[in-house]
Design a binder for this molecule. Structure first.
Ligand code: NDP
Length: 410
């Protein structure tokens, strides 16, 4: 990499480390104090930043420790991950679905017994945003020192800022406990579910009922998380697990962004209990189910094809391109329609979450807007990676499957 390019990267890293926590505070303050208006962030606005509270710190420490114990102690299949560049394969314990079910059961029991109020995560939303940001910002300092010990020669050449932001090594592990795999799902995705449920409980407490919009968005998002854990082994073949180091970017994205930005629609609905008309609720439900079907079936087609290339797709023998590299590129089913139909399905689901909020405000639509940019960038990055890996075979594939994400449009 040229020194100029490296300097530009380093400037963008500083921008992320400063800007991303500010963005989560912006959302938390706007949604809780300004009714999700696009408020100008002046001094009065930022004065709403909440410091960590005893409850938020206590909760978060217990939360991460509890999820770590579940990950280590609960029974589950142990599977091998994709081969690493040095040929090794790491093993992973898959018990996320059980951890999710147990956590929900325990949370309901604790709330039912009066241990904590159901709306706790709403009451502590701002303080939790601060707490989790601080945990990640400080935890990544430790991660640099720890990860350096497990880094390869190329990773050791990263400067401190790079090691902090992108991660000092790919798979930091304490014994067999994989920090990246753990943080990707357990304290992040499961917390997202609890935040949603707590927000619905707050709506009930404030307005005496839970609106159909709140029920729908919570159902959609819990379905998304449950589906994620049902196919937990598929996480092992995602870009994040296979190719990315574990540092601030991934750590912050999982531990802060997922629970506190993906739950913005239910957060908005806490103060907006108006029901959706039946046709609106029906339309949103259909859109979500359409997105879910495309997302799930396309991911499953690729996943099953990788273990059995002869298994029929849509009732027919799959077509594929045999690459020089050895892999097969599927061109049947969703993978013959566009190169990333799975992204399209995922995005449609995100749009349906926002539509539960009606059209009164722009900010609840931040998620589909941001997600479109993320997925377009991801598709571009994946295409570059595959072009390098498969060479002429990738060109044959892209000539056959012309559309990147949306057939006929993009
Ligand atoms: P994919 O699951 O689409 O995996 C891309 C990889 O699959 C490529 O690098 C290549 O890997 C292989 N591949 C590509 N085309 C073919 C083909 N035709 N046949 C066989 N193999 C192929 O991408 P992601 O890992 O990015 O996403 C996984 C899921 O996670 C998606 O549904 C996405 O929507 C979702 N996601 C959700 C996010 C969120 O925040 N909610 C964020 C990111 C992703 P190789 O060469 O190694 O075989």
């Amino acid at each position: 990499m040229s020194p100029r390019k490296r300097a530009l990267f380093n400037i963008s890293f500083v921008g992320m480390i400063v800007g991303l926590p500010l963005l989560t505070w912006y959302f938390a303050i706007s949604f809780v104090h300004y009714d999700a208006a696009l408020a100008w962030p002046d001094v009065a606005f930022w004065s709403h930043i909440q410091p960590p509270s005893v409850a938020s710190v206590g909760f978060y420490v217990l939360w991460v420790a509890f999820q770590a114990l579940l990950a280590v102690w609960l029974p589950g299949r142990t599977v091998e991950g994709a081969p690493l560049p040095d040929g090794r394969r790491l093993d992973y314990r898959l018990n996320g679905l059980l951890a999710l079910a147990l956590t929900i059961g325990l949370a309901l029991a604790v709330v039912g017994l009066g241990g904590v109020p159901a709306g706790l995560l709403f009451d502590e939303f701002g303080a939790l945003v601060t707490t989790t940001n601080l945990v990640v910002l400080l935890g990544c300092v430790w991660l640099v020192a720890f990860g350096r010990r497990q880094a390869n020669a190329a990773e050791r050449r990263l400067n401190l800022l790079e090691a902090y932001t992108v991660g000092a090594c790919r798979n930091p592990r304490i014994g067999r406990f994989d920090l990246k795999f753990f943080c990707e799902s357990r304290p992040s995705m499961i917390l997202w579910v609890l935040v949603d449920v707590s927000l619905a409980a707050k709506q009930l407490e404030l307005h005496g009922s839970v609106s159909n919009a709140m029920i729908l968005v919570c159902f959609f998002q819990i379905l998304y998380v449950a589906d994620y854990f049902c196919f937990e082994d598929a996480i092992l073949t995602t870009w994040d697990i296979k190719h990315e180091n574990f540092g601030f970017m991934l750590g912050w994205g999982c531990l802060v962004w997922i629970p506190f930005a993906y739950s913005l629609q239910p957060l908005y609905l806490v103060a907006h209990p108006e029901p959706l008309p039946w046709w609106g609720a029906g339309g949103v439900l259909l859109l979500n189910l359409l997105g879910f079907t495309i997302f799930r079936s396309s991911n499953l087609q690729k996943h099953r094809f990788s273990s059995d290339p002869m298994e029929p797709i849509w009732g027919e023998k799959p077509e594929f391109i045999q690459t020089q590299h050895g892999n097969l590129l599927l061109t049947s089913g969703w993978w013959g329609i566009s190169r990333h139909s799975n992204y399209l399905g995922d995005w449609l689901m995100g749009l349906s979450w926002s539509l539960t909020c009606g059209f009164g405000r722009l900010l609840p639509y931040f998620y589909p807007f941001y997600f479109a940019i993320l997925l377009i960038h991801r598709e571009w990055r994946d295409g570059k990676h595959c072009a390098k890996k498969y060479g002429a075979d990738w060109s044959r594939y892209t000539a056959k499957v012309r559309w990147r994400i949306i057939p006929g449009i993009y």
